[in-house]
Design a protein around this ligand. Structure first.
Ligand code: ZN
Ligand code: ZN
Length: 352
């Protein structure tokens, strides 16, 4: 595997779990943009990668000292196994942990070449080795393909609304970009009780998905001025919270001006390394007040958020099934990258 080359299926070696580690049998794993970014060399040059990181499965074995999960537990994997000791953890803000854990041992190819697991997970595999803190036990009756998506993109979107944006009952929320993360932000805004949820995208098909998840108003951004359209939809004022799920200078600037005075902008779309903050008069930043925030992984704390969101899903209050556009085999990942790139799916989920 080299930069930008199609993914391959290989035999791998997964070591027995060492202290603090767990081996998890994977049941389902979503295909995320980050996997594609790894494949294309956009994240690190440490090839070869073991891709896949939005997964659910069953704990197969645990290493010494592991107490948070037991063999047989149904878990959703996460990439925020908090350390408990860094500056953020010490002040009780575990969701910002600056020093998260991954497994210490390496999984390898059969010839001993060490693998770099995507986001420290690597779940396009029958089984994977992680730090035990990366396993969050949830309701075992939940559908793996749906709840595994909480492991990354869907959690990022839900959390952008609920955690970072702090959306509450009666607020107006606009979400720019309605792919997997943006669609989840819409679902999060609905769950939090927003009374007006405006979905913005270039594609009508995605706006239809957004309506299904709770959008009350849709704007096709190819048809005019997005800022004006959001203001029009909110009595001329702008939305209380605007979530940029695209992450380019144009959409961030739209979010900045499409929010009401004292409103909040949440950036959850991952920007390209070359992207710059658009030029905005500093007086506008001051004069409009409010907050400009970034949302990493939806500022989630897996131990707090995953079981709660799975319970809401099981109760029919959060439609995680809507994010599973198709279930595919492990040999279909490359095809899923193409569909994702073209915007044909919210998520393709590999079933193992
Ligand atoms: Zn920490
Ligand atoms: Zn992801």
């Amino acid at each position: 595997m080299a930069k930008g080359e199609p993914v391959q299926m290989m035999e791998i070696h997964v070591p027995d779990p060492g202290p603090g580690e767990a081996v998890v049998t994977i049941q389902a794993c979503g295909v995320c943009h980050t996997d594609l970014a790894y494949r294309d060399g956009g994240i690190t040059d440490e090839f070869p990668f073991l891709l896949g990181h939005e997964a659910a499965g069953v704990v197969e074995s645990i290493g010494e000292g592991v107490t948070n999960v037991a063999v047989g537990d149904f878990v959703v994997l996460n990439w925020r196994a908090v350390c408990g000791e860094c500056r953020a953890c010490q002040r009780g803000e575990l969701q910002y942990c600056f020093d998260t854990f991954n497994a210490t041992q390496k999984m390898t190819l059969e010839d001993g070449t060490p693998l770099t697991p995507a986001l420290g997970i690597g779940a396009f595999a029958d089984r994977t080795l992680v730090h035990s803190g990366q396993c969050t036990k949830v309701d075992p009756d939940a559908r793996p393909a749906a709840v595994g998506l909480l492991g990354c993109g869907v959690m990022a979107g839900l959390g952008a609304a609920i955690n970072t944006g702090g959306v509450t009952r009666g607020q107006s929320v606009a979400v720019i970009g309605c792919g997997g993360v943006g669609a989840a932000a819409i679902a999060g805004a609905a769950l939090a009780g927003a009374s007006s949820i405006i979905a913005v995208d270039l594609e009508d098909r995605k706006l239809e998905w957004a309506k299904g998840l709770g959008a009350t108003y849709t704007i096709n951004s190819s048809e005019g001025d997005v800022v004006e359209a959001i203001r029009e939809a909110t009595g001329g004022f702008g939305a209380d919270v605007v979530i940029d799920a695209v992450g380019i200078p144009l959409t961030w600037k739209q979010a900045f001006y499409a929010r009401d005075l004292a409103g909040t902008v949440v950036l959850v779309g991952v920007p390209h390394p070359d992207a710059k903050v658009p030029e905005i008069p500093l007086l506008d930043v001051f004069g409009r007040g409010g907050a400009l925030k970034s949302s990493w992984y939806g500022d989630c704390l897996p131990s707090r958020d995953f079981p709660m969101l799975v319970d809401l899903y099981q109760q029919g209050r959060l439609d995680l099934d809507a994010f599973v556009t198709e279930e595919i085999g492990l040999d279909d990942v490359e095809g899923a990258f193409m569909k994702m790139h073209k915007g044909d799916v919210l998520r393709s989920v590999v079933i193992l």
